[in-house]
Design a protein around this ligand. Structure first.
Ligand code: PLP
Length: 427
């Protein structure tokens, strides 16, 4: 369909794509626009987006309210340093997040990416124990199968055997790991065993641990693994009992993806520190936040300042867009949208469980993964998806979906139909 625009020749000459060699032998499709649940390619094709730009675009693309809000903010104050200055978008967003998040997480640190918000959480936990004169409590216990980012400290708490990070192991701070929690549909005795094992690992390292870090209820890119909320409930109780901070990384799960506004709610858990990112701005700009209880902020601050401060901290345009995204979320029955998506994902994808080459299928809220027995041929999958008018981005053994919440049944069926065809034709 037509010749590609001339700028596309610059990409292989100059660009690096995520987790890719340069130049990348696999194609990068030129995208020139976006509208609702669609991405628009340079050749005019419109694709239903099954990825929501990696968990982010919960309202689809270019929602008019968000576009207008961004334009208004850019006209007044697009960016300003946050040292010694403050502004209404940051103040209002902090108040809003404090109100919406579980429990009394009332103190908010803004930064510009999810990985950095996790770095901030780790530094907060370490400074907290230093302030309490327990400087030996400076390590973390993390779950196998987790993913917390691409910076050094976040790599050190992500799954240790995951091929994304293992070559840096000699450079990473040493952390502790505990097994991946059992499947969401495990038996009561499997759950009990898992909790006992967790407690044993926690107790073994208790005096070295500043915190436990985990993704609540659904592990993301480290394994796409939903686990029982009851596991998290027990983990939170054990952390409190053994004096270890609980850090919840809701960068992927936050803002409704798993069916509740925050996944912690499903376990009735209030973490000590909460990391947010991705869908925080509805996918329009990069922004992340680390929230904690006032009491923790107070302990840290009595010993001195908290030692972090990104250049683009609390970018006003991003904060305004985040407020607009939250307005939209509150104006719609997003819970019904997510429930409707979940129902269709279950109906269309769970039957693939018995298909040849499929290891397992998991659905939680507006998220689904078909895990294959062998690594997928990503470029063949992508070509098939595009031919069928959808955007998918499988990797390793995972063909997964996290569509915008505004997606309609017919569009969702296009996505699940492409996966069904891929499973029968490509495996
Ligand atoms: C994406 C993600 C991160 C990292 O966020 P970036 O914005 O890519 O730095 C951290 N934790 C989880 C659970 C994520 O899904």
């Amino acid at each position: 369909m037509g010749t590609p625009p001339e700028w596309t020749a610059l990409d292989p000459r100059h660009l690096w794509h995520p987790y890719a060699p340069a130049p990348d032998p696999l194609p990068a499709y030129p995208v020139v626009g976006s509208e609702g649940v669609h991405l628009i390619l340079a050749d005019g094709r419109k694709l239903v987006d099954g990825m929501a730009s990696w968990w982010c675009a919960i309202h689809g693309y270019r929602h008019p309210d968000m576009v207008r809000t961004l334009q208004e903010q850019v006209d007044v104050l697009p960016h300003v340093m946050f040292g010694g200055l403050t502004h209404e978008p940051a103040a209002r967003l902090a108040e809003r997040l404090a109100r919406l998040s579980p429990g009394d997480l009332n103190r908010v640190f803004f930064c510009d990416s999810g990985s950095v918000s996790v770095e901030v959480a780790l530094k907060l936990a370490v400074q907290y124990w230093q302030a309490r004169e327990c400087p030996e409590k400076c390590c973390f216990l993390a779950l196998r199968g987790g993913y917390h980012g691409d910076t050094f400290a976040t790599m050190s708490i992500s799954d240790p055997d995951n091929s994304l990070h293992d070559r840096f192991r000699s450079l990473l701070p040493r952390q502790y790991f505990t097994p991946q929690p059992p499947d969401a549909d495990c038996t009561a005795s499997e759950l009990e065993d898992a909790c006992a094992r967790f407690e044993a690992d926690l107790v073994a390292h208790q005096y070295a641990l500043a915190g436990v870090v985990l993704e609540p209820v659904l592990q993301g890119a480290g394994g796409f693994h939903p686990y029982p909320p009851a596991f998290l409930t027990q983990v939170a109780a054990l952390c409190a009992r053994h004096e270890v901070l609980l850090i919840a990384d809701e960068i992927a799960t936050g803002f409704g993806r798993t069916g509740t506004l925050f996944a912690c709610e499903q376990a009735d858990v209030v973490p000590d520190i909460l990391c947010l990112g991705k869908a925080l701005t509805g996918g329009m700009l990069s922004l992340a936040a680390t929230l904690t209880r006032e009491e923790i902020a107070k302990v840290v601050s009595e010993a001195g300042p908290f030692l972090h401060g990104p250049t683009f901290m609390a970018n006003p345009a991003a904060c305004r867009v985040a407020l607009a995204s939250l307005d939209l979320l509150e104006s719609r029955d997003w819970m019904a949208e997510v429930a409707a998506i979940e129902k269709i994902l279950r109906r269309e994808l769970l039957p693939l469980q018995s298909a040849k080459g499929v290891a397992r299928v998991r659905v939680l809220g507006a998220f689904a993964v078909v895990e294959t027995s062998e690594p997928v041929n990503a470029s063949a999958w992508q070509a098939l998806a595009i031919q069928r008018g959808v955007w998918l981005r499988p990797f390793q053994n995972f063909v997964y979906l996290m569509p915008p919440f505004i997606i309609q049944e017919a569009e969702l069926m296009q996505l699940t139909g492409a996966i069904q065809t891929g499973i029968s034709d490509l495996l």
